[in-house]
Design a protein around this ligand. Structure first.
Ligand code: OOG
Ligand code: MG
Length: 262
């Protein structure tokens, strides 16, 4: 593929996000044989488009880290994307539906990185030693593709469906927890919709950051001090609708909430 082809696909996906409309997946007709490697090059173009507009990266995010999602997609390795500043919503804030396409929410544990982590062969224990804080989060994913219907390269090109994030306001040292055993519930309008534990994320959320560092190492990049990293959904994602009051509760880490407005 030429640089121009990568740029064209990145523009196609950014236009879908900006114009809030779903589009046909890339592998349906634009590039049926798009590979995972090429998809990350499209994602890089997409990230550059946003950086050129003056957007700032908050940190990378991992996706498809739960056994359930990996099995559903038939994949062996999770994916990553990037969270930008304009995607942040304060805890207790509002998520306006008119800004999005067909959003879903999932509960996640986030890491604030205290020291650079450079792969390959990074372990979960090394990640924990270099993590300053952990905090709870609700990620709002909004695939730009029709009905969230995509192949692995499609979703990688689409920045792993990243759309909005609400971070919790309690920061805790990871040493205080057994993060694999931290339970989480996702409640909408008072009804528990999903529940799980940190272990849903590759056995332990720190493994997710270790895997990210190892994946980034292949292109000479690293997890950086100050990155705030979403480690991947503990729960399945739940479709949002107007008026929803959403709450994620995490054992020992507090609560994250938002309301869906029109
Ligand atoms: C891809 C994004 C997955 C996660 O936490 O697994 C993700 C998708 O399911 O649309 O963010
Ligand atoms: Mg996620």
């Amino acid at each position: 593929m030429s640089d121009q082809e990568y740029k064209d696909i990145a523009n196609y996906l950014v236009a879908a996000e900006v114009e809030k409309r779903e589009v046909v997946k890339v592998t349906a007709n634009i590039k049926p044989d798009l590979s995972v490697e090429e998809a990350y090059l499209v994602q890089e173009e997409l990230v550059n488009l946003k950086l050129d507009e003056g957007r700032r990266i908050v940190g990378p995010k991992m996706g498809l880290t739960s056994h359930a999602k990996m099995k559903q997609m038939g994949i062996a390795e999770p994916i990553y994307g990037y969270v930008f500043d304009y995607m942040l919503i304060e805890n207790g804030g509002q998520v306006p539906l008119h800004e999005l396409i067909h959003p879903k929410v999932e509960a996640e544990i986030a890491f604030v990185i205290g020291e650079d982590i450079e792969g390959p062969a990074v372990t979960g224990a090394q990640v924990l030693a270099k993590t300053k804080y952990v905090l709870p989060a609700l990620e709002i994913i909004d695939s730009r593709y029709e009905n969230f219907n995509f192949t692995l390269p499609d979703v990688i090109a689409d920045n792993a469906s990243t759309s909005r994030v609400v971070f919790g306001t309690t920061l805790k040292s990871p040493q205080q927890f057994e993060l694999d055993l931290v339970g989480a519930t996702l409640t909408i309008n008072g009804e528990i919709k999903e529940l799980g534990a940190g272990a849903a994320v590759l056995g332990h959320p720190a493994h997710s950051v270790a895997m990210l560092a190892n994946m980034l190492a292949r292109k000479g990049e690293k997890v950086k001090k100050g990155d705030v990293i979403l480690t991947g959904g503990i729960t399945s994602a739940v479709m949002l609708k107007y008026g929803d009051v959403v709450s994620g509760k995490f054992d020992g880490l507090g609560e994250v909430t938002f309301t869906v407005t029109d």
